[in-house]
Structure formats: C-alpha cells, structure tokens
Design a protein around this ligand. Structure first.
Ligand code: GRF
Length: 201
C-alpha cells in the first residue's frame, strides 16, 4: 500500500511543493494526504489546492502549545498518516504530538546541524563566517532542530554571499534533499542507534 504523509507549513510552502511534485511524479512513492498550516494566509495553501491536496488551517493564537498540539493531532487523526513532514512550520510541537508520532515527524532545516539551529540559520552562517553550509533533514523530538539526522547536503558559502544568495543556494538543495530523504524513510529499513539513524545496506 502507498504510504501517506501529512505536511505542516506556516508560509511560502516551497518544500511542501517539492514533496507534492515528487509524489505526483512518482519520485516519492507516497500520497500527500493533507497540508496543515497554522496561518490562514500561508501562500503554500494555494499551492496545495492546485495539487488537489486537502488543506486545514489550525491557528495557534491564544492556545497553549499542548492545546494546539492536541488540535493538530485531532486534525491528522482521520488521515492515519505514516509520516508528518514539517516544511517551514514555525511552531514548536507539543510533547504529546511528538509522542503520538514518535520517530514519525521529520523536518528540514537550512544549515548543517548541529550548527546554526533556530531562526535565520543562513544569516547565522554568513555572520559566523563558515565556508560551507547546507541543509539537514532530521527526525523531530521535543527539542528545537535536534532529533536524529536523516540526510544532509553541503553547499559552499562565498565571500560575496548575502543572506539572500546563500538562502537561494541552500533552498535549491532542500528541494532535492527532502523528497529523497522522505522516500528513504518510508521505503528503506532503518534503526536508531543512540542518536544515529542507520539505514540497512
Ligand atoms: C526552509 O528554508 C526550511 O528549511 C525552513 O523554513 C524554510 C521554509 O521554506 N525550515 P518553504 O516554506 O518550504 O518555502
């Protein structure tokens, strides 16, 4: 049976689009069951609708993290998804949510973790003066940008880079890396040893 994924977004949705396109083209053997945004004005919602994917808005305003997490869980429950993919989802998930979907929530972050977690990772990389940065796909645990690493891809940082030029170079790789990493998580055999993800050869 084709596995199903849900994608959580907060804004532009270009990584969501990369996953949806890969699924539509068969490069990612998965069905995108729904896209959920915590913001009603997320541009990604229109993109999801163009792909005929069910969309939901679950605003977080006025809710505790636990309350928001519970509504997110209730929203996803009918879809019975194999994997939840965060794609620019700008909220920390509740412990209840990550427990429900233990080892089944994945995120993409625009740096080579553990370097530069949190907001504005590309700006942090420029500021720090690193010569190489990149992107990381990792499982989500209760800490920010912290869970076991699924895949990484490096990109060079040039002396004349701005936050914008570096972000664009990293984003192009994000769009390649995320569908590939999700495909592996869904279809390959893997174990977690300590905090290492080990794929069977
Ligand atoms: C990406 O850079 C992703 O790595 C980070 O947030 C950004 C989301 O962009 N977590 P988009 O909404 O996927 O276009």
């Amino acid at each position: 049976m084709t596995p199903t994924i849900a994608i959580l977004i907060s804004g532009r949705g270009s990584n969501m689009e990369a996953l949806a396109a890969a699924a539509a083209e068969g490069r990612l053997q998965a069905r995108v069951a729904c896209v959920v945004s915590n913001r009603a004005d997320a541009a990604g919602l229109d993109i999801a609708q163009r792909f005929d994917i069910a969309t939901h808005v679950v605003p977080h305003k006025g809710l505790t993290r636990d309350e928001h997490g519970q509504i997110l869980r209730d929203t996803l429950a009918p879809y019975d998804v194999n994997l939840v993919c965060l794609a620019g989802f700008m909220r920390l998930l509740s412990a209840g949510f990550t427990e429900t979907f233990r080892h089944r929530v994945v995120n993409i972050h625009p740096s080579l973790l553990p370097a530069f977690p949190g907001l504005n990772a590309q700006g942090q990389a420029i500021e720090y003066g690193v010569k190489v940065s990149g992107c990381t796909v990792h499982l989500v645990d209760e800490h920010l940008d912290h869970g076991p690493i699924v895949a990484q891809h490096a990109v060079p940082v040039f002396e004349n880079d701005t936050e914008e030029t570096l972000s664009a170079r990293i984003l192009a790789e994000e769009h390649r890396l995320y569908p590939t990493a999700v495909q592996r998580l869904l279809h390959d055999k893997w174990n977690i040893i300590g905090r290492r993800i080990v794929f069977d050869a």
